[in-house]
Design a protein around this ligand. Structure first.
Ligand code: SAH
Length: 505
């Protein structure tokens, strides 16, 4: 049976700007054929075994001709595969989606169009420019700035265009800016008409240049302004002075490395994104079942004996309870135990299991926990610590000193993941990574270890970059590893870390 082809608009770049329907199609696709202007992060939503084909075109270099792309769509659909053709912005706005649809129609291949948010409107919006405003214009036009070489006549009639709408939005126009400006002037637009060029709109690198028809060409040359950019001509550009919102966000312009384990990186990434930054995930830790599982199991089977169970991480909680389930041990076995958690996130994870914690320290680290527990435990208490294999021993040691009988059991292991170290080293060399976050000592150690597989001199690699740590212990480890720490969270939580990020100069 023939598969369906979905022509899906990806939006301008911000991965949140795809439609719900587009995302659904993406999730079920067998093949995704995507462009340079479609954010590749969107592919993370695809099925793991989906085939991903890049047919990106940059303005002067074509990896695939349009004909080849059309062939590819047809070929894959005829194999019975569900095909998503993912295109930047909207597929039918200068996206050649029309040609792809025509070809599907000719071949009898079922297709659907899932419109997208076009850069023509969204990119100005992210620069604080509404394409219409009741006090300024009643219309806008979206115009190609690209002239097809094979045509003898210009594609755009500037004589009509200059008068037809008060605002013009040009796509693909950077190279032809001098021509566009000259034509608009020639056909009656005043020299002081405001113009904005917005490059890589909705992306961390968004850059806006404002001028007038008189001086914009010179300004763009001075700045060596490169595509892709949207050009807006008209009075509405003035509104940017009041309305620029995206570029004012606290983390705008910052690409921030998140080193936590893959399963945990999402919450931090989302917060960074909400604040206008871009997160780059580089999970240096892999969390697995403990190798010493038998020891954990032994303690779980004697769960009823413990007076205290002390959790020092969300992962500890997660692995503890999933192992209880696997062993079919009823949670009531721990009915008499008091529960301590190292911080609010761990406490929350326990509350999700229906357990209210008895003790939570003021300082969310082992030292704080020791101080708090000192007032609660008594000699002879049996204490279970379900922890990471690499956790610091101080907690177990101090509790033992208080006369407690401590079982320090690995609930999970952490391993170094080297994943995309090559890509990260390159980013650091090119200065496209601005901040690195560390949420534990092990992320620091694994990060360094992981980079060293590619580049021996990590210290000089990190020269221009800012480092933010979740707390003093992590910061200490960073310093011992030869890293310069710029900021330490005041509250040792992800929220605290995000606050520290916001305060960075
Ligand atoms: N179908 C797309 C347009 C494709 S033509 C849409 O609806 O947005 C490619 C042109 O779109 C680029 O030359 C540039 O002018 C514009 N463009 C697309 N994404 C952009 C972005 N994130 N920032 C600035 N311009 C962008």
């Amino acid at each position: 049976m023939t598969g369906t082809v979905y022509l899906v608009g990806a939006g301008p770049w911000d991965p949140g700007l795809i439609t719900v329907k587009g995302l659904k199609a993406l999730k079920k696709a067998d093949v995704i054929i995507y462009d340079r202007l479609a954010n590749p992060q969107l592919l993370n939503h695809a099925k793991e075994n989906a085939e991903r084909i890049y047919v990106g075109k940059s303005s002067d270099h074509h990896t695939h001709t349009q004909e080849e792309i059309n062939d590819l769509l047809v070929e894959k659909a005829k194999q019975g595969l569900t095909v998503v053709r993912l295109k930047g912005g909207d597929p039918f706005v200068f996206g050649r989606g029309g040609e792809e649809a025509e070809r599907c129609m000719e071949e009898g291949i079922p297709f659907e169009v899932i419109p997208g948010i076009t850069s023509a409107i969204a990119v100005p919006a992210y620069a604080g420019i509404p394409v219409t405003h009741r006090d300024m214009n009643a219309s806008f036009s979206v115009v190609t700035g690209y002239e097809r070489k094979e045509k003898n006549e210009p594609s755009v009639s500037f004589a009509s265009l200059a008068r037809a709408t008060e605002t013009q939005v040009f796509l693909m126009g950077v190279k032809n800016l001098p021509y566009i400006v000259e034509q608009l002037r020639k056909h009656g637009r005043a020299g002081d008409t405001p113009v904005a060029l917005v490059r890589w709109g909705t992306k961390m690198e968004q850059e806006t240049l404002v001028g007038t028809l008189e001086d914009i060409v010179e300004k763009a040359e001075e700045r060596n302004f490169r595509p892709p950019a949207v050009i807006v001509v008209g009075e509405v550009v003035r509104l940017r002075e009041k309305l620029a919102w995206f570029e004012q966000k606290p983390l705008f312009g910052k690409r921030i490395l998140v080193t936590r384990a893959r399963e945990q990186s999402q919450s931090l990434s989302e917060k960074i994104h909400e604040l206008g930054g871009e997160s780059l995930e580089f999970p240096v830790i892999k969390i697995t079942r403990p190798k010493r599982q038998a020891f954990l199991d032994q303690s779980l089977r004697r769960l009823h004996e413990y007076d205290w169970i002390v959790f020092t991480s969300v992962n500890g909680v997660k692995f503890f309870f999933s192992r209880l389930r696997e062993l079919k041990i009823d949670i009531r076995q721990m009915a008499k135990a008091k529960i301590a958690a190292i911080g609010p996130k761990t406490a929350e994870a326990l509350w999700e299991k229906g357990l209210l914690v008895d003790v939570i320290p003021e300082e969310y680290q082992a030292e704080g926990l020791i101080e708090s527990l000192r007032h609660h435990v008594k000699a002879g208490d049996k204490i279970l610590l379900p922890r990471a294999n690499i956790a610091r021993k101080i907690l177990a040691v101090k509790l033992a000193e208080m006369g407690c009988e401590v079982t320090d059991a690995d609930a999970y292991d952490t391993e170094t993941e080297t994943g995309n170290a090559g890509e990260i080293v390159q980013g650091l060399r090119e200065g496209t990574i601005h901040v690195i976050t560390f949420t534990s000592s092990s992320t620091v150690r694994n990060f360094v270890r992981s980079l060293q597989t590619v580049e021996a001199d990590v210290t000089s690699l990190l020269k221009g970059v800012q480092i933010v740590c979740i707390g003093p212990i992590t910061a200490q480890t960073a310093k011992e590893s030869g890293l310069k720490v710029n900021s330490i969270a005041k509250e040792y939580t992800i929220e605290g870390l995000v606050e520290a990020l916001k305060q960075l100069p």
